[in-house]
Design a protein around this ligand. Structure first.
Ligand code: DGY
Length: 319
């Protein structure tokens, strides 16, 4: 008998084809966003669940999952939506999909940097609303990215790809992470011991840290004050890393020139003031949203499932 897998969202065709071949999947063809109750009910008879970050597996939900469920194989690199301690306590295996989305997320980060620096939201709106009247030397003047200093907070897989791409813009790379990276991964990037040490070196600051109790509201008013005046902040990691009130205040006061955001606290009901600010370039959590990457994420999640059901240790086990 093929293991039964509850798949919580509509996945790319190639991924669902492989699921049908090797498993008995319970699919969600209409891509309905399930509540916790829906998930618990649909997991009846399932051996595994393949969710996205949109489904929350807090301790209470994990406690209600049918005993038969052995594994949560996430279709995401982030797994802050799963209480891993509760999963571990219950003997539930949890996996994620690292590496395969680093390029797509780094591309999006560069887009956020350019979009914020070159005022993409304002420009596009002017054209679409026919408010664009003429050209002048002072019209829509933005900030140049080339040759500036880029600070990367969180020098993991995505952060390091961002550094590589940014070198194409002749940017000088600075970073902070818990540990200093070995020289072959640093590739000349300059390490700073603490986030506070990093801030003064950032004409651009890109957030790439994982969501954890230590990184909640890490970018707060105190850290922002240490950035050079006129810096640009981008976030393609998780919304919780930012203190929204502090970021909004800095964007209003002119302390920061602009921000580019793809992730938010309380998505999709984001801090209302972001929508009002002209100097924020907003994207709807699409860092990994390329055809290639979404297929690769599904295949990686399936590789993890295959390992579990053939009695092997899954490559991307996080609990
Ligand atoms: C991830 O994989 O963590 C992305 O944010 C999409 O969920």
């Amino acid at each position: 008998m093929k293991p039964v897998v509850l798949v919580t969202r509509k996945l790319p065709d190639a991924v669902e084809d492989r699921l049908r071949k090797d498993y008995s999947p319970i699919l969600n063809p209409d891509d309905v966003l399930y509540s916790a109750d829906d998930i618990v009910a649909r997991a009846e008879g399932a051996d595994a669940i393949m969710p996205c970050h949109t489904e929350k597996f807090g301790a209470a939900v994990i406690a209600r999952l049918p005993k038969r469920v052995r594994v949560i194989a996430n279709f995401s690199v982030g797994y802050d939506h799963v209480d891993t301690a509760a999963a571990r306590a219950r003997g539930l295996i949890v996996t994620n999909t690292p590496e395969v989305l680093s390029d797509a997320t780094a591309e999006l980060t560069i887009m956020l940097m350019l979009g914020a620096a070159r005022r993409a939201s304002e420009g596009e709106r002017l054209v679409r609303t026919r408010e664009w009247k003429d050209w002048s030397p002072s019209f829509m003047v933005g900030t140049q990215m080339t040759g500036k200093r880029l600070g990367i907070l969180g020098f993991g897989r995505v952060g390091r790809v961002v550094a590589k791409r940014a070198r194409g813009f002749d940017m000088e790379i600075h970073y902070n992470d818990i540990n200093r990276a070995p020289p072959e991964l640093e590739e000349g990037a300059i390490f700073h011991e603490t986030p506070a040490d990093l801030m003064p070196h950032c004409d651009f600051l890109a957030l790439h840290c994982v969501a954890s109790p230590q990184t909640i509201k890490l970018l707060n008013a105190k850290l922002i004050a240490l950035l050079p005046d006129g810096a640009i902040v981008v976030n393609a990691s998780r919304g919780v890393v930012v203190d929204d009130d502090a970021l909004v205040a800095a964007l209003k006061s002119g302390k920061l020139t602009a921000a580019g955001l793809d992730v938010y606290n309380n998505e999709p009901d984001i801090h209302a003031e972001y929508r009002q600010l002209p100097n924020v370039f907003l994207m709807p959590h699409i860092g990994s949203a390329t055809k290639e990457t979404r297929v690769a994420m599904g295949m990686r999640a399936l590789d993890n499932l295959d390992a579990v059901f053939s009695g092997k240790e899954p490559r991307d086990r996080v609990a």
